[in-house]
Design a protein around this ligand. Structure first.
Ligand SMILES: [Zn+2]
Length: 306
């Protein structure tokens, strides 16, 4: 088997192996096992021999070469992380670094919680950003393959928080990670807004939403206040309503757009996750839409890891 060159191709190749061995109903992925098995069979002289929690102050996870005289690599995650979903994503992220970057970073890679700049010990900032993004892409493809996700939720189907939570459970990842992934393939106009203390921390829009300018730009701009009439600003007593969605009139979130908003607190109750669903709309031919926001990966790490 030839060695894949991209994060997607690596994850797809491993997914195909897992499908063949375990069948398609095989989630969540046991990253620790898979990393050890795959690395041993593909790179017998240079395998991952250790995966464990460790005291890593200031780091989310790390990929380290074995001490001198020993062969192989170790994946470590910060043992103060309480969220199993976050640990799973971190392990997959570090496995991605192993597959894609260990040869160019022989001293190892440390991954920070609040910014990606820690990155590799051997490379410049732009390279580090690219490597972090590639490791995140690998993790998302490995843990939540689109073919399986599309079977759980059809791209044309609408969703609510309960269905998305069920997928988070299936894949062993956080609710935010699963919503972010759903937004990558859904044909619905939908926007994820993560807010804290009245301000948007970051936001991500599905492609159909971006094409119709339903985006919040948070990187390099003044902070955006959440609308006073939104669910995010008014945590409700009625949990059911906020999980299934409340219809909000035009001009609450977007001018001239009605929005169905669902909102839930994060696992640690320190920020609010809102999902905004907009009405289907015919694509406007020739409309360029908004580009994807680049800061997302970094920002997602901040909010997703606490
Ligand atoms: Zn990393």
């Amino acid at each position: 088997m030839s060695e894949p060159k991209t994060p997607q191709a690596w994850a797809n190749q491993i997914s195909a192996i897992l499908n063949a061995v375990l069948g398609t109903d095989r989630f969540p992925v046991d990253v620790s096992d898979v990393a050890k098995e795959i690395s041993r069979s593909r790179f017998a002289d240079d395998p991952i021999t250790l995966v464990k929690g460790a005291d890593l102050p200031g780091f989310e996870g790390a990929l380290y070469p074995a001490p001198p005289g020993k062969k192989g690599w170790g994946i470590l995650y910060n043992n103060t992380i309480r969220s199993p979903g976050r640990i799973c994503f971190t392990l997959a992220h570090e496995f991605g670094h192993y597959l894609l970057h260990r040869r160019t970073s022989p001293q190892g890679i440390q991954c920070g919680q609040e910014n990606v700049a820690l990155g590799s010990l051997d490379s410049d900032r732009e390279t580090q950003k690219r490597m972090e993004k590639e490791a995140d892409t690998f993790a998302a493809y490995l843990l939540m393959p689109f073919d399986d996700f599309r079977r759980q939720i059809n791209p044309r189907e609408t969703v609510d928080m309960d269905r998305l939570s069920a997928c988070a459970e299936r894949y062993g990842v956080s609710l935010i990670a699963v919503i972010r992934r759903w937004l990558e393939y859904t044909e619905k106009r939908a926007v994820l807004v993560v807010s804290r203390e009245g301000f948007i921390l970051w936001s991500y829009s599905s492609e159909p939403a971006r094409k119709t300018k339903a985006v919040f730009r948070t990187y390099g701009c003044d902070p955006i206040e959440i609308p006073p009439a939104s669910l995010a600003a008014n945590p409700s007593d009625s949990l059911t309503d906020t999980r299934t969605g409340v219809d909000l009139p035009i001009n609450v979130w977007f001018a001239e757009e009605e929005v169905k908003e669902m909102a839930v607190p994060s696992e640690q109750y320190d920020f609010v996750i809102s999902l905004l669903l907009l009405k289907d709309r015919d694509r406007h031919p020739g409309l360029e839409g908004e580009p994807e926001e680049d800061a997302y990966d970094c920002l997602m790490k901040i909010t997703d890891s606490r």
